[in-house]
Design a protein around this ligand. Structure first.
Ligand code: MG
Length: 366
C-alpha cells in the first residue's frame, strides 16, 4: 500500500478503546460489523429506484451497495490504497437511507423541517454510531474514525459542529481519505449505469430512448462495429454496451486519479486531507458523460409518471406514519425512545423501516 493510504498505524482509532482482533485488521473488523448489522440486512428491502415489490430483478439498496463496494475495491487495489477500508465505507454508505428511495428521504426531511431536518448521510453515521445495539460495552458499532469519516459524505454545518473532529472537514473545507473519495465516485458510477439498466428492464427506457444519450449511443455504435455483423438479442447489446461504459468510467477514474496524485506529489494522509482539491476524480470529458447520464435519468426515469406515482404514495405513507407516531408516541418501540428527543426518535424509527414494513404499518393504520 502507498504511504498516503489509510493504514492501521496512521488511523485515528475507535472512540472506545478495544483490543486488536487476532484475525483481522481494524478495517476488516469494521466491515464485518457492518455486514452483521440489522441495518445492513434491511437494505435488501429498500428501494433504489423501483419499489421492492415491482420486481425481483431491479436493484435494491443492498445490491447497489455491493456494486459500489466491488467498484471501490477494484479502484483502491489498482491505486495501491486500502481496499478493506474502501469496501467497508461502500457497504455502509447507504445504511441511513429511508424506505422508498429519495422520495422517502424528501418526505421525512419535510416532516422534520422544524425539528432539525433529516440528512441520509448523517443518518448512516447515526446508525453505526448509535442505533445499532449489539455490544455490551458501547452503543453502535464503534467503527474506526476512517470508516466513519467515509460514511459521512455530506453534512450540514449545524450537524458538523456537533460531531467534533469528525465534522471539522465540513467547516474547514478539507477532504476525507482517498478511500472515502473513491467510494463517493464509485457510488455515482454505479447508480448511473445500473439505473439505466433497470430503466431499460422496466420498459421505461427502451433502446430508442437510450440512443438519445450520447455516451450510450457512441458506446453502442462502437460495439456494433466491433461485433461486425454478429447477431444477438437486443438486450445483450444493451447490457454489453453498459458493461463497456462501466469499464470506461472505472478505467478513467483510476488513470486520472493516479496522474493527479503523482502530479500533486502527495506523500502523506495529512497532505491528502489538506490538499486544495479532491484527488480521486474522473477526467473532465468523462465527468461530462456522467453529468449527461444524470440529467438523462432525471428527465426520463426519475420523473417518469410510473416512478412519480410511487414517489407520491411514498410521501403520503411517510408523512401519515410521522403524524401517527407524533400523536401516539407510546406506540414507538422502546429501543428508539431512550435518551433521544421525540421527533429524532420518530425519524430514526421511520428511516430504519423497509419498504414493505412501512407499507404494512401504513395499511394497519387505516
Ligand atoms: Mg449510494
Amino acid at each position: 500500500m502507498k504511504k498516503y493510504a489509510v493504514h492501521e498505524d496512521n488511523s485515528l482509532g475507535r472512540e472506545y478503546l478495544e483490543n486488536k482482533s487476532p484475525l483481522r485488521n481494524d478495517f476488516q473488523r469494521d466491515r464485518d460489523r457492518i455486514i452483521h448489522s440489522s441495518a445492513f440486512r434491511r437494505l435488501m428491502y429498500k428501494t433504489q429506484v423501483f419499489v421492492n415489490h415491482e420486481g425481483d430483478m431491479f436493484r435494491t439498496r443492498l445490491t447497489h451497495s455491493l456494486e459500489v463496494s466491488q467498484i471501490s475495491r477494484g479502484v483502491a487495489r489498482s491505486l495501491e490504497l486500502n481496499e478493506d477500508l474502501a469496501e467497508t465505507i461502500a457497504l455502509a454508505h447507504d445504511l441511513g437511507h429511508t424506505p422508498f428511495g429519495h422520495a422517502g428521504q424528501d418526505a421525512l426531511n419535510k416532516c422534520m423541517k422544524d425539528h432539525g431536518g433529516f440528512e441520509h448521510n448523517y443518518q448512516s453515521l447515526r446508525v453505526v454510531d448509535k442505533l445499532e445495539k449489539r455490544y455490551c460495552d458501547f452503543a453502535g458499532l464503534n467503527l474506526t474514525f476512517e470508516s466513519r469519516e467515509g460514511i459521512l459524505k455530506h453534512c450540514s454545518k449545524k450537524n458538523a459542529i456537533s460531531l467534533g473532529p469528525l465534522g471539522e472537514r465540513f467547516i474547514n473545507k478539507t477532504h476525507p481519505s482517498l478511500e472515502a473519495q473513491i467510494v463517493d465516485i464509485a457510488d455515482s458510477i454505479a447508480y448511473n449505469i445500473h439505473d439505466i439498466e433497470d430503466g431499460y428492464r422496466s420498459g421505461i427506457l427502451p433502446l430508442s430512448k437510450l440512443k438519445r444519450l450520447d455516451f450510450f449511443n457512441e458506446s453502442y455504435r462502437n460495439l456494433r462495429n466491433d461485433l461486425n455483423g454478429y447477431e444477438a438479442a437486443e438486450k445483450v447489446y444493451v447490457y454489453e454496451t453498459l458493461r463497456r461504459m462501466l469499464f470506461l468510467l472505472i478505467n478513467d477514474v483510476t488513470n486520472n486519479s493516479r496522474k493527479l496524485i503523482n502530479d500533486t506529489n502527495i506523500r502523506t494522509i495529512d497532505e491528502v486531507r489538506n490538499n486544495k482539491t479532491t484527488l480521486i476524480n474522473l477526467s473532465t470529458p468523462i465527468q461530462n458523460y456522467i453529468n449527461d447520464c444524470r440529467n438523462f435519468l432525471r428527465t426520463n426515469l426519475y420523473q417518469h409518471s410510473r416512478v412519480n406515482n410511487m414517489t407520491r404514495s411514498a410521501q403520503k405513507i411517510i408523512s401519515d406514519l410521522f403524524i401517527y407516531y407524533d400523536d401516539n408516541f407510546e406506540a414507538l418501540p422502546s429501543d428508539y425512545k431512550i435518551h433521544e428527543k421525540k421527533y429524532r426518535s420518530i425519524a430514526d424509527f421511520l428511516s430504519g423501516m423497509t419498504d414493505r414494513f412501512a407499507l404494512e404499518k401504513h395499511k394497519s393504520l387505516n
